[in-house]
Design a protein around this ligand. Structure first.
Ligand code: ZN
Length: 225
């Protein structure tokens, strides 16, 4: 069941550095978003749907999956952690990043669920948490198909909607780093010598989302097989 946990926020903020590999983006944004984006109902409905869809993933290991959220917190952040329960922590600001839609919010949640259930490569062998690039790839290669039909109807194919959502998120990641917004037409052609265990650059992340939607292999800009 979805719970709002105001008191929890205080400790969650201190937990983030320990769980840095599981945050949406390592660069903590200075911006805070109080307006725009999703309605509170859309925010809650989307998370309720995710809890229902992914509860069976946790149940396979006799675990539970729960999303803790605070709509009023303007910090644009979400992260995953595996404690006694498989948790996503989601702040309202993430639903209010510029250009936010229910689809882009859902893609954020897919990324976070990807840390929990997206498989290897793991950033944390003990917790079996997927690295950032893998969480991005799983978000579009596995999660997107499972949740898209549960979202409000919108124009566009499953893939087009995924690309549109990925453009919103990667533009936000780029803004956090003072980089130009990534574009589908300008993929990152760099080749990682070793698998990147942290957040790939925003263009590389967009490429990864697109690769997952098109069922192509993971981009070499972060992945070293
Ligand atoms: Zn992440």
């Amino acid at each position: 069941m979805l719970r709002t946990f105001s008191v929890f926020i205080l400790c969650a903020i201190f937990v983030v550095p320990l769980d840095a590999a599981a945050t949406l983006d390592a660069a903590v944004p200075v911006l805070r978003f109080t307006d725009g984006g999703l309605t509170r109902a859309q925010f809650s409905q989307t998370m309720n749907m995710f809890e229902a869809v992914f509860a069976p993933y946790a149940a396979r290991d006799n675990r539970t999956f729960e999303i803790l959220s605070d709509w009023n917190e303007a910090w644009p952040q979400a992260f995953a952690r595996r404690w006694e329960t498989d948790h996503l922590i989601v702040y309202g600001g993430i639903a209010r990043i510029p250009g936010s839609t229910v689809d882009s919010f859902a893609l954020t949640l897919c990324h976070e669920v990807g840390h929990l259930y997206g498989g290897e490569p793991f950033g944390d062998e003990h917790n079996r948490m997927a690295v950032e690039g893998q969480a991005d790839y799983w978000a579009t290669s596995e999660c997107w198909e499972k949740i898209i039909h549960e979202l409000p109807l919108r124009e566009g194919s499953v893939s087009d909607r995924g690309v549109a959502a990925a453009i919103v998120l990667s533009a936000f990641f780029a803004a956090n780093r003072n980089l130009p917004a990534p574009r589908v037409e300008t993929p990152d052609t760099s080749v990682a010598e070793r698998t990147n265990l942290t957040h790939p650059l925003p263009q590389c992340r967009l490429d990864t989302y697109v690769a997952g939607l098109e069922m192509n292999e993971r981009p070499r800009c972060w992945w070293a097989p």
